[in-house]
Design a protein around this ligand. Structure first.
Ligand code: BDR
Ligand code: CA
Length: 315
């Protein structure tokens, strides 16, 4: 079993990912650390506690950062995920259960040190908690098993962003944190828009899940209504992309993805703020900003039929 700490801003596709991680027998979902992003930090933690109670998750719930490290907050993406984060599904103001008393970055440090080499960090929101953990204790770079990130866009298919022409939402929310996390000397795999936009949950696919996957399938269907409306009205798609679940799919079966290796930097200001750039081309010979940075892996292709089948059969 792979032990994971899932850092998330739930969020509709975050729900898809959390329930996927919980359902798959090869994953032990040790903790859910929350982060602002799709929603405020208060809603993120409340939503995580709600899921814990509703689906009897064993995972600890831990509250993360409320804002980016340097840049001013972008604010919740209400248009994509709804007021509370779960689309049409309204989470009660008071939910049962308590978050761990520690801040997320401290929980991450403690967990990684308690089980050296065992913990995979999976981040599917802005990267502030991971950056704060690195700042507070840089030794964790040698103690985590792996870091798997949903974020960024590297120009496959001439596509570089979803919130701006050059930035993907999770990186755009805290580009300074992303640059710290992606240049640190721990092993990172980035599953960005290059691959997540290659896979689609269609209406038919979600209807089928609803019919076949009991209460979990029903809940996924309920939260997905708002998301599908957003995709239909704003993106012109009668389906939604498979962003956050793709990071979980990578943990379960890395063979589904083709990866490219090279150091990554993030643009931290200006019009291209939040752009992720990997140096992988040997024709580039002056690359000071990338020099000495750890080569990291970026997903450039995905076996999407197999990914959809993996998701369906796990839920
Ligand atoms: C990412 O941004 C959020 O809206 C999603 O939850 C996903 O993590 C996609 O760009
Ligand atoms: Ca997310």
């Amino acid at each position: 079993k792979t032990k994971i700490i899932l850092d998330t801003d739930p969020g509709i596709d975050d729900v898809f990912a959390i329930l996927f991680a919980e359902a798959h027998p090869d994953i032990e979902l040790k903790a859910i650390t929350t982060i602002y992003g799709n929603v405020t930090i208060e809603n993120a933690t409340r939503n995580a506690l709600y899921l814990k109670q509703k689906f009897q998750l064993q995972a600890d719930i831990v509250t993360g950062a409320s804002q980016p490290i340097v840049r001013p907050p972008v604010g919740p993406t209400v248009v994509v995920h709804g007021e509370g984060g779960f689309g049409d599904v309204i989470v009660p103001a008071e939910v049962e259960g308590q978050a761990d008393p520690r801040p997320a970055y401290q929980y991450i440090i403690d967990a990684v040190k308690a089980e050296p080499g065992e913990i995979t960090l999976v981040a599917i929101g802005p990267l502030t908690n991971l950056a704060l953990a690195l700042q507070a204790d840089p030794t964790i770079v040698d103690l985590v098993k792996q870091v798997v990130i949903m974020g960024g866009a590297f120009g496959e298919n001439n596509h570089y962003g979803n919130v701006t022409p050059f930035a993907e939402a999770n990186v755009h929310d805290d580009p300074h944190a992303a640059d710290m996390v992606l240049t640190a000397s721990w092993p990172v795999v980035v599953i960005g828009l290059d691959v997540t936009e290659q896979s689609f949950f269609t209406r038919e696919y979600l209807d089928q899940l609803c019919d076949d996957a009991g209460e979990v399938g029903q809940f996924i269907w309920n939260v997905s209504r708002f998301y599908l409306r957003f995709y239909s009205e704003k993106v012109g798609l009668e389906a939604c992309h498979v962003h956050d679940p793709s990071a979980i799919a990578y943990v379960i079966n890395p063979q589904l993805f083709t990866l490219r290796e090279g150091p990554i930097r993030v643009v931290t200001d200006g019009v291209a703020e939040g752009m992720t750039i990997q140096k992988f081309d040997s024709r580039v010979y002056l690359h000071d900003e990338w020099m000495d940075k750890t080569p990291q892996k970026v997903g450039v292709a995905v076996k999407n039929t197999e990914l959809l089948e993996l998701y369906r059969s796990s839920i």
